[in-house]
Design a protein around this ligand. Structure first.
Ligand code: COA
Length: 331
């Protein structure tokens, strides 16, 4: 039997500080009612320079938890792949910095920049490396500190974005479960809908302890919204068709957590009942490439995933990029 890429451990880590919609009312001209109704977000986590909450710290904690759950040691990893747009440094990569912290002495390590689809791009690279026989065990993570690139005076984006990290250990196994297929797409012509620009945000008094980078994020939310739904639905259908499955065969969808209205519209378009769609966007906001691995870890801890369940992961983000992974749960 050919090797399959099987997730054998999940982990996540979010900053301690909760920033509520009410807190945001003190920062920009917004309201709890607007944010909740338009996005479903109530709280989000924002890192602080006074706690150990760098991207490397958050990613390391998520990685350690995933390895503990998997019962594996860091020296058994062949590769570390991290999806991120907010590594602590331009270089070395977040993957190399996490490698140092966990002492994964036998691993190659690199980052992938694919916006909010970063984790699925990273997972696809891990799956390909395992299928090709190049790797036996890969740590895949999504790590973000979007608070460091948010324009805290732009109410259309600062209420959405947040910080966190999630990770999975992927192992080569002779198993009928595991990753069935991955699907990746992008369209650079639409890069103008979500991009970074060199400028520095003015930081509000109550967030003086956040780390900032010399660039900020710009987004055309409304134009993104429509494409998010149609592109995620199309790539989800590609994944189902490729594996001769229908929407009824899916036990759980774990979508990118950007906006509850996007998630609801996606579920409606695919004909999947909301009970089969995992959401935690109300607690964490949009954590970009960290959102799917954090959600997957929470779904796993909540006992929502049983061995052999068909699970659909689907995302979209800056690039534009979008992607899906269909897997039979392997834990
Ligand atoms: N509080 C109050 N009002 C706000 C606001 C806020 N935080 N942000 C925007 N508004 C206002 C706008 O200024 C606009 O006012 P106007 O009609 O007077 O011009 C009005 O609300 C409607 O703005 P619009 O952008 O059309 O709202 P929307 O229903 O599209 O919701 C988003 C905005 C950003 C929540 C939504 O478009 C979205 O979620 N898009 C996808 C974003 C995303 O997922 N990005 C990440 C990709 S990974």
């Amino acid at each position: 039997m050919p090797y399959k890429s099987c997730i054998i451990g999940t982990g996540s880590s979010v900053p301690e500080r909760v920033l509520s919609n009410q807190d945001l009312e003190e920062i920009v001209d917004t309201s709890d009612e607007w944010i909740t109704r338009r996005t479903g977000i109530r709280d989000r986590r924002i890192s602080s320079i006074h706690r150990n909450e760098t991207s490397t710290d958050l990613g390391t904690r998520a990685a350690v938890k995933a390895m503990e759950m998997a019962g594996v040691t860091a020296d058994s990893l062949d590769m570390i792949v991290v999806g991120t747009v907010t590594p602590d440094n331009q270089f070395p990569s977040a993957a190399c910095m996490v490698q140092k912290e966990i002492n994964a002495v036998n691993a190659g390590a690199f980052d992938i920049s694919a916006g909010c689809t970063g984790f699925l791009y990273a997972l696809a690279m891990a799956d390909n490396a395992i299928r090709a026989g190049h790797c036996r065990r890969v740590l895949v993570a999504g790590i973000e500190r979007l608070s460091s690139i948010v324009d805290w005076q732009d109410r259309s984006t600062c209420v959405l974005l947040a910080d966190g990290a999630g990770a999975v250990v992927v192992d080569a196994r002779e198993d009928s479960n595991g990753i069935l297929s991955t699907h990746l797409k992008s369209d650079g012509n639409l890069g103008e809908l979500l991009y970074s620009t060199y400028s520095t945000s003015t930081i509000p008094e109550i967030l003086k302890d956040i780390d900032t980078k010399p660039f900020t994020l710009r987004m055309e939310g409304n134009r993104l919204f429509k494409r998010a739904v149609s592109y995620m639905a199309a790539i989800s259908r590609d994944a189902l068709e490729k594996n001769n499955l229908t929407a009824e065969d899916i036990r759980l969808v774990v979508p990118h957590q950007a906006n509850i209205r996007i998630i609801d519209a996606l579920a409606h378009t695919l004909g999947i009942p909301l009970e089969k769609v995992f959401t935690n966007v109300h607690k964490y906001g949009n954590t970009s490439s960290a959102s799917i691995p954090i959600a997957l870890d929470e779904a796993n801890h909540a006992g929502l995933l049983k061995t052999g369940d068909n699970v659909l992961l689907v995302s979209f983000g800056a690039g534009l990029t979008w992607g899906a992974a269909l897997l039979k749960w392997s834990m």
